[in-house]
Write a protein that binds this ligand. Structure first.
Ligand code: BTN
Length: 340
């Protein structure tokens, strides 16, 4: 976990903020309240993590470079966010980042804790589906939130995450995407990112919620199971079009960008600025104005999606002209993801 309690992170931060200047072991030990031997041990730890630190016994230490591989420090370092990313845990592998977030929540982890994993052995999608989580092919992350809002605002936070994913993907890769209400991100009519929101609530309060996002990153068609070939897309084609090379630095940039955008949107919801999120949802909707088929609580019906409510519910006009608000269930959009 990289947070303010993590001394190795703090030492890296001081050195990096001051680079290329040298910082003496004595100053570090005074500043951070640890012994010089401890400072030295943390330097060894940083070196083992792939950081290059120049150590000249008389002149102290100076930061040279960060590792190429993603780690929690690289995600957290100077992240332009207030709440999200104060704690970041990066794992090489985990069952599911959402499950891990639940475990951390049970241990009292704070609002905005982020878990990112290189792969998942039991990645989960919505409606009990599995989420393919091949190593290095996708981005798998969860954010633990403890919002002081009533449970009916949860939908808005899910939609806020979808809006954040769209902005981050567009800023990082140039790929323009849309939201299939409430939480699928599509590009070129295919699924690019899925969001699984889980929560722990009481009657009128939210104990915590977990936003799990899976972004298809560098999958090629050969990586995609046959039945999903015409339904899934990754950011890969957009990157090829820009002649960009796939590497961990783009993956890192996309993760950081998503956290920054989500932080802004989360704060907007906490401050009651719901309109900002809803405007984005309306502008970038792959659902509004389209024919939809809804399966909700075992009942199937069709209609036209016309708008979203203040709480981010979907407003559907039925065949007889009546309007119905949808807050849960499975929504298929005609012409998208295999529904024709
Ligand atoms: C869906 O579209 O069905 C939602 C997919 C959500 C996948 C992400 S990957 C990170 C997080 N951990 C999980 O087990 N699932 C979510």
């Amino acid at each position: 976990m990289s947070n303010m309690a993590d001394m190795t992170y703090n030492i890296m931060k001081v050195l990096r903020d001051r680079a290329p200047a040298n910082v003496s072991g004595e100053e570090l030990s005074r500043m951070l309240g640890v012994s010089r031997t401890a400072v030295w041990k943390h330097m060894k730890q940083l070196t083992a993590m792939g950081y290059l630190i120049n150590a000249a016994s008389r002149n102290g230490y100076s930061f040279v470079s960060a590792p190429e591989e993603i780690n929690g420090f690289e995600i957290a370092y100077n992240l332009d966010a207030e709440i999200i990313g104060r704690n970041v845990e990066y794992l090489e592998a985990v069952d599911s980042t959402n499950e891990h977030a639940k475990r951390l929540a049970a241990e009292g982890a704070e609002d905005g804790t982020v878990i990112v994993s290189g792969t998942q052995t039991a990645g989960r999608g919505r409606l009990g589906r599995t989420w393919e989580s091949a190593e290095g092919k996708g981005i798998y992350l969860s954010i633990l939130l403890k919002p002081d809002v009533p449970p009916r605002n949860m939908q808005l936070i899910t939609v806020a995450a979808a809006a954040a994913a769209i902005s981050a993907i567009e800023k990082t890769t140039g790929l323009s995407a849309l939201v299939k209400w409430p939480n699928d991100i599509v590009a070129d009519g295919k699924k690019l990112c899925g969001i699984l929101t889980e929560m722990n609530t009481e009657l009128d309060r939210v104990n915590y919620m977990i936003i799990g996002a899976g972004i298809n990153f560098s999958q090629e068609l050969t990586d995609v199971p046959e039945e999903l070939k015409d339904k899934a897309i990754s950011v890969n084609p957009a990157m090829y079009a820009r002649n960009a090379v796939f590497n961990d630095s783009i993956r890192l940039e996309l993760v950081r960008s998503f956290l920054i955008e989500m932080d802004r949107n989360y704060i907007a919801v906490l401050e009651g600025r719901n309109g900002e999120i809803l405007d984005c949802l309306r502008k970038r909707s792959a659902t509004i104005g389209r024919e939809v088929r809804i399966i909700s609580r075992g009942i199937e019906f069709t209609g036209t999606a016309v708008d979203v409510t203040e709480d981010a519910g979907l407003v559907v006009r039925l065949g007889d002209g009546t309007l119905k608000e949808i807050n849960s269930g499975e929504v298929s959009v005609r012409g998208l993801l295999g529904y024709c």
